[in-house]
Design a protein around this ligand. Structure first.
Ligand code: ANZ
Ligand code: ZN
Length: 817
């Protein structure tokens, strides 16, 4: 059949690739090809693949296929991030085990990936919910524990009332649960943490070496939130120990007119004077009931209570009242602040609400904040500040720090917004924390040779319903164990790990799948890592990427890897939207990937995704034309099908004009693919297709070897975006499969040379002639040609020539005498 039939083609080549395995990364030591690691963010197995997956994986696939064609030994693996709440919720609803839903969906997605022709090395497939995988989460947890990087502490945590589990700070978005949208509450619980704060400075510093989108780096920087300032100690009247505050504006110390302690911090309770206690406790209880949203709302009226105490300003001995309020956070800095209402808006709002004094200490030239209600945080000259008077703000900051340090009243300090990573979850479908609690011995790590601690398999359906404690607590046979240390009765920790632990190192596991000696084979990892490109959604800009970077640094410190950053280059694809807004099942604003594939074929869907614009832009599926893609694919297929010359025919004997187009296309597409400009690269392939068609119909004819050269070039280039069509073209051209490993073509420099260029000749600034000249003409030759021109001579008349400026090969400028 000479007609383009995408469905038959895709079935045929999907089956052939299963046999040929052209996408398997080689571990053969004799394979000397340089290596590349193309990594895609692994999917969560919720249902089948959707349009968003189709775009993200098509983008990652172009890079992997390009490297393969360029002759690299390419690692392009796939796995599933298969622990997590949706599986558990589905199990509760269906009275089943989460594994059923999970593994059914994984199989569905795997089939779809194969059909969608993503060039994965299937032999490395992993699922994080397999005991063979989560065993190593537990192993890593124990190594973190030994290093003091995993620890348990009591304190306030974010609690999702719907999912009945705690959340990491990173999982609270605008005060709501990132997963289900419920308003997050605070609870006091003892939980496990990873000490990511110990790595804050390295997480910041190492960003310098990353080729990542600027906005992602910025989001990480802001999340880490490093600020520089000073710790200043204040005496509290009637209390032996002083209180330290953190300030970024030590220069405003003389303008501190009151002092505020976080209402929910232990400190407030401790220092509250007896006569204020009743009022304070009522206020504190109200604060505890507030949600994070309410608490941080900037337009909310400030609230607080006076604690009946006074602090003493260390530089001038001034007594200032101590208040408690919710706008000071217990978990930041020291949970207490010196308030400088003239120069800090929050403090000013508070001062105006409670009639506290406002004192300007930095003269910025703006109107008095006490009158306007607008604080003046900017640069200016110090006033009312004793020895600092007359200094600028930026000169005063180091000066006062010096003074404070001399007197032992303070010191320079750095603060981070970043908190330690809370990893405990009170849910079932996750990695059990490998710790045993013994009354006699305390926390006892599960010995390595007893890993994995497997999830019990007798819990299902309603057993998994959220209860506020982990469902594992109900599995008595599982919970009650002998203490590994003393042999006495003990209990397993019943929490499971945040699933972000699973995704923090899966890319390492891919390098040595099935390895039994540890989470990964260090030598294999050394060969493949760091990943050359990581492709995935910008929704992971903070959580996943920060955690994976943190894990990598810890593994580096443990001597297990020899690099400190896992992902050299990051590409964030845009979203696939419809009619201007995000796709959504609930509103029916949805395009189904399976239906699109059934209608247009895999290649046309992939091509449409890549042709619609640069990878980072959103694609509105209402504005693109998959049927146009089908037409193009049929046209390019037809070119290959029409070729009548034999494979190996010498293109040098063919039509030079077409050959030039072919080689220019090779040159440009190579550069465009490397610059991720796939849409433009596809446009160039379309142009070459038209040129080849023209040559067949009007010029050299189907037997010209230059036509074969063009068709073969197109087949190889198309293998990046429309691999099934490319493979079929290749076969029609009499070549041996697989086209996907045929080798990337090289442009012949001789065919890139342009024959002539147009040189503009000006006389006294006016264009008088145009000359067709060789692009590498010598300046002296060009000058002679220009002066010989009839038109130039006519323009000069009887004037002589004062000066000739030659910019070969494009411009000659003649200045008459
Ligand atoms: C006095 C001052 C004067 C301040 C001024 C600012 C401007 P970043 O940049 O986010 O680190 N602060 C300190 N601890 C706090 C807490 N636990 N809860 C709420 N606010 C807290 O911000 C540091 C500034 O935030 C500190 O500097 C402190 O207010 C406040 F003209 O001290 B500042
Ligand atoms: Zn014990």
């Amino acid at each position: 059949d000479e007609n383009y039939d995408p469905r038959t083609i895709q079935d045929k080549w999907q089956a052939r690739w299963e046999e040929l395995k052209p996408f398997a990364a080689s571990e053969d030591p004799a394979d000397e090809r340089p290596r590349k690691y193309a990594l895609d963010m692994f999917p969560y197995p919720s249902g089948d693949l959707h349009m968003g997956h189709a775009e993200a994986f098509a983008i990652g696939d172009v890079v992997a296929r390009y490297w393969l064609q360029k002759g690299y030994n390419v690692l392009h693996p796939i796995g599933w991030d298969s622990f997590g709440l949706p599986a558990e919720n589905a199990a509760i609803k269906r009275d089943s085990h989460p594994a059923e839903w999970t593994y059914t969906n994984i199989d569905t997605q795997a089939e779809s990936f194969k059909r969608y022709a993503i060039s994965f090395d299937w032999s490395r497939r992993l699922h994080t919910s397999d005991p063979e995988y989560y065993r190593w989460n537990q192993w890593l947890f124990l190594r973190f524990y030994e290093r003091g990087l995993a620890y348990r502490k009591g304190g306030q945590v974010n609690w999702c009332p719907k999912d009945q589990t705690v959340l990491a700070n990173e999982q609270v978005v605008n005060g709501q649960c990132e997963r289900c949208g419920a308003v997050v509450e605070k609870r006091v619980l003892t939980q496990w943490y990873f000490k990511i704060t110990e790595y804050a400075d390295r997480l910041l510093a190492d960003m310098a070496e990353l080729e990542w989108p600027e906005r992602v780096l910025l989001m990480q920087r802001n999340w880490i939130g490093r600020s520089e300032g000073a710790d200043v100690t204040f005496q509290i009247e009637g209390r032996a120990e002083p209180i330290t505050v953190y300030t970024t504006r030590p220069d405003t110390l003389y303008g501190a007119t009151f002092f505020v302690v976080a209402a929910d911090a232990a400190l407030a309770d401790e220092i509250c004077a007896p006569e204020q206690r009743a009022e304070f406790e009522a206020y504190r209880d109200a604060v505890r009931r507030e949600t994070e949203i309410e608490r941080l709302a900037t337009d909310k009226e400030k609230t607080g209570v006076f604690l009946g105490r006074y602090a003493v300003n260390p530089v001038n001995g001034e007594r200032i009242p101590v208040w408690a309020s919710d706008y000071v956070l217990a978990e930041y800095g020291h949970g207490a602040i010196m308030a400088v209402p003239a120069h800090d808006q929050r403090d000013l709002d508070f001062a105006r609400r409670f009639g506290l004094p406002v004192r300007v200490v930095v003269h910025t030239g703006e109107a008095d904040p006490g009158e306007t209600g607008v604080a003046t945080p900017g640069e200016g000259e110090l006033v009312n500040s004793g020895p600092l008077d007359g200094l600028t703000k930026s000169a005063a900051i180091p000066r006062i720090v010096e003074v404070l340090e001399e007197k032992g009243l303070g010191k320079a300090a750095v603060n981070y917004r970043l908190r330690d990573w809370l990893i405990s979850r009170q849910r079932f479908w996750g990695t059990p924390i490998p710790i045993i609690h013994c009354d006699a011995c305390g926390e006892v790590p599960v010995p390595d040779d007893q890993l994995p601690v497997r999830l019990p398999d007798d819990l299902r359906g309603a057993d998994l319903a959220p209860k506020g404690v982990s469902p594992l607590a109900a599995a008595e046979n599982w919970v009650n164990v002998a203490c590994p240390k003393c042999g006495g009765p003990a209990k397993r920790d019943t929490d499971t790990m945040d699933t972000f632990v699973d995704s923090s190192w899966y890319f390492l596991r891919y390098c040595s799948p099935g390895y039994e000696g540890g989470p990964f084979d260090a030598e294999k990892v050394r060969r493949w890592m760091p990943a050359d490109q990581y492709t995935g959604g910008v929704e992971h800009a903070i959580l996943h990427l920060l955690y994976a970077r943190f894990f990598t640094k810890v593994l580096y410190d443990m001597g297990l890897v020899d690099f400190t950053e896992p992902f050299k280059r990051l590409v964030n694809q845009g979203q696939v939207i419809l009619n201007g807004s995000a796709m959504s099942k609930t509103t029916g604003n949805l395009v189904d990937l399976g239906e699109q594939i059934a209608e247009y074929g895999v290649d046309a869907v992939r091509l449409t995704m890549l042709f619609s614009g640069p990878p980072e832009d959103d694609i509105d599926w209402a504005d693109v034309s998959p049927s146009g893609s089908v037409k193009f694919l049929a046209r390019v297929f037809r070119v290959a099908a029409d070729v009548t010359s034999e494979p190996g025919a010498d293109p040098a004997t063919g039509d030079v004009a077409l050959r030039k187009v072919t080689h220019r296309t090779i040159d440009e597409v190579t550069r465009l693919v490397e610059a991720h400009r796939y849409n433009v690269a596809i446009a160039r392939m379309m142009e070459l297709t038209s040129a080849a068609r023209k040559a067949i119909d009007a010029g050299a004819g189907a037997g010209d070897p230059a036509v074969r050269e063009a068709a073969e070039t197109l087949a190889v280039m198309l293998s990046l975006v429309a691999p099934y069509t490319a493979e079929e073209m290749w076969e029609r051209l009499g070549r041996t499969a697989p086209a996907v490993r045929a080798g990337w073509p090289a442009a012949d420099p001789a065919l890139l040379v342009q024959e002539s260029v147009t040189c503009v000749v000006q006389v006294a600034g006016k264009v008088r002639d145009r000359l067709e000249v060789s692009p590498d003409i010598a300046e002296s030759d060009l000058e002679r040609l220009a002066l010989d021109s009839e038109k130039v001579r006519a323009a000069l008349g009887d004037r002589g020539v004062r000066k000739v400026v030659v910019r070969a090969p494009k411009i000659v400028n003649i200045v008459p005498a």
